[in-house]
Design a protein around this ligand. Structure first.
Ligand code: FAD
Length: 443
């Protein structure tokens, strides 16, 4: 165990390495404490060293040493993941890519960056050039592109541009974990197996993405007497192809009571929106059709300056709720668009304590109705039972209370991931325990 530490200290610039307890604790953490189940299972899991390369040469040197000596290595963007994806379960080195963050090239509707670049910086760079990100998580100010592609799924913009799987990525450079690390260049659909695989099968070093044309967004918070009205309004905005939109986020009362800075009216369901300013009068007409009331407007001039409505959407909703009540946790669901309201209402009758939070997105041509309901936590058993009841009601559950990639609910060619892993990480030291071996095929 001691040997790799001695070698690392001998061969690497000491400025790139951190060994102090405070740094080890900080860089071994993410936001898995949103789940009381994960918080207890991952307690005390820390790295022995944090390495923060700034150049490709430094990155290659580190990978080479880790591969030679078989040291577990866990990649970290900025640690905003929710499932303990970047927690080093078996110790070893945390590869912190936050300093590997250059914007390398702005093209016509494209951007090439190092994988540790923050999405907030990418968005402002793109907007200055007349473009913007197609989709980004609500954590865009702090999350990295590598972390988003390997740990996230979608967010702001997904209602028009889909998720990370929908043409966002043009090309990737992947580093392998070998004594002589190779750089693999992938284009188009070749990138897909690497997305949302928690950094278990290769290290993204460079990313090239497609951008969207810049739009002048206004943000609205509108309120309704009842959740059903808010939902119907949201769905009609989502389905109206003539409206240019970036965000539609629906919250049953008392969820809006947790959004303290917005000071929203008591007792009312809320829809948070980002819509093109040129669609303002059309949106006003739809709002009055559904008997909604305007509660707050953020003008296009104020977009991303100070507090905006997007700071309360996607998993930021859970963040605000847990600030007020740390006993709350959440689920991740996909409702059936043909009967979503019926599914929501029937579960509400059975579990009145569950507070509904819906986000609209697209995957390919299909509308995605994602639920991130807030749930008062009692026991793991009750939480599992609740997820089972959703599944029995034909609601898809992506379990956010596990770090096991396969249990997270997305569909993968699991054997194919192991094939890639064997080639790129022959010693199996990359983010150990997150990609479990398949019991069925034995690979
Ligand atoms: P990290 O947490 O550091 O890493 C995530 C995973 O990616 C880890 O498994 C890590 O090993 C791997 N990884 C990181 N960099 C690389 C790389 N270069 N190569 C290979 N693997 C790598 N997610 C969404 O999708 N949409 C949302 O709207 C959203 N909202 C959120 C709101 C809050 C308040 C919080 C706490 C989380 C939210 N998330 C959301 C989850 C998380 O923010 C996103 O997944 C985010 O993009 C992660 O970025 P990160 O840089 O912090 O990644």
């Amino acid at each position: 165990n001691e040997h790799w530490i001695v070698v690392l200290k001998e061969r690497m610039d000491p400025q790139l390495l951190q060994w102090e307890e405070a740094a080890l604790a900080k860089y071994s953490m993410d936001y898995h404490h949103f789940s009381p189940v994960l918080a207890s299972q991952l307690q005390g899991k820390v790295a022995e060293c944090i390495a923060s390369p700034r150049t490709e040469e430094e990155l290659d040197d580190l990978l080479s040493i880790a591969a030679e000596l078989g040291v577990p290595l866990t990649i970290r963007g900025n640690g905003t993941g929710n499932y303990g994806q970047c927690v080093p379960v078996t110790g070893g080195i945390v590869l912190n890519l936050a300093k590997y963050n250059k914007v390398l090239e702005m093209g016509e509707g494209t951007m090439r960056i190092q994988a540790g670049a923050r999405l907030g910086k990418m968005e402002s760079t793109a907007r200055k050039a007349g473009y913007e990100l197609r989709t980004m998580p609500s954590t865009f100010q702090s999350a990295t592109i590598g972390g988003f592609l390997c740990g996230g799924f979608g967010g702001i913009g997904s209602i028009s541009w889909g998720t990370i799987w929908d043409g966002l990525v043009r090309s990737l450079k992947i580093k392998t974990l070998e004594v002589h690390p190779r750089t693999i260049e992938l284009q188009g659909d070749e990138v897909l197996p690497y997305l949302h695989t928690y950094g278990t099968i290769g290290i993204l070093s460079e990313v090239e993405i497609n951008l969207a044309p810049r739009v002048e967004w206004m943000q609205w918070a509108v309120t309704f007497d009842r959740f059903e009205q808010a939902f119907r309004f949201g769905q009609s905005v989502a389905e109206d192809t003539s409206l240019v939109k970036r965000l539609i986020s629906i919250h049953e009362w008392p969820v809006p009571s947790y959004f303290l800075p917005l000071d929203l009216p008591a007792g009312r369901a809320v829809v948070l929106l980002e819509v093109d300013t040129t669609n303002e009068s059309q949106l006003e007409r739809i709002l009055s059709e559904y008997e909604g009331h305007m509660a707050m407007k953020v003008s296009a001039e104020q977009y991303h300056k100070g507090v905006g409505v997007s700071d309360f959407t996607w998993n930021h909703t859970t963040l605000w709720a847990r600030k007020a009540d740390p006993g709350l946790t959440y689920l991740q669901l996909n409702f059936d668009p043909s009967c979503a309201l019926e599914q929501i209402s029937s579960m509400k009758k059975e579990y009145p304590e569950v507070m509904n939070h819906i986000e609209f997105a697209r995957q390919n041509e299909n509308l995605l109705i994602s639920g991130l309901p807030l749930v008062p936590f009692t026991t793991e058993e009750n939480l599992n039972q609740l997820m089972e009841r959703y599944e029995e009601n034909r609601v898809r559950v992506n379990n956010p209370h596990t770090w096991d990639l396969k249990e997270g609910g997305r569909s993968y060619a699991h054997d194919r991931l192991w094939e890639i892993k064997h080639r790129n990480d022959p010693k199996g030291i990359l983010n150990q325990e997150k990609l479990k071996r398949s019991a069925v095929s034995g690979v």
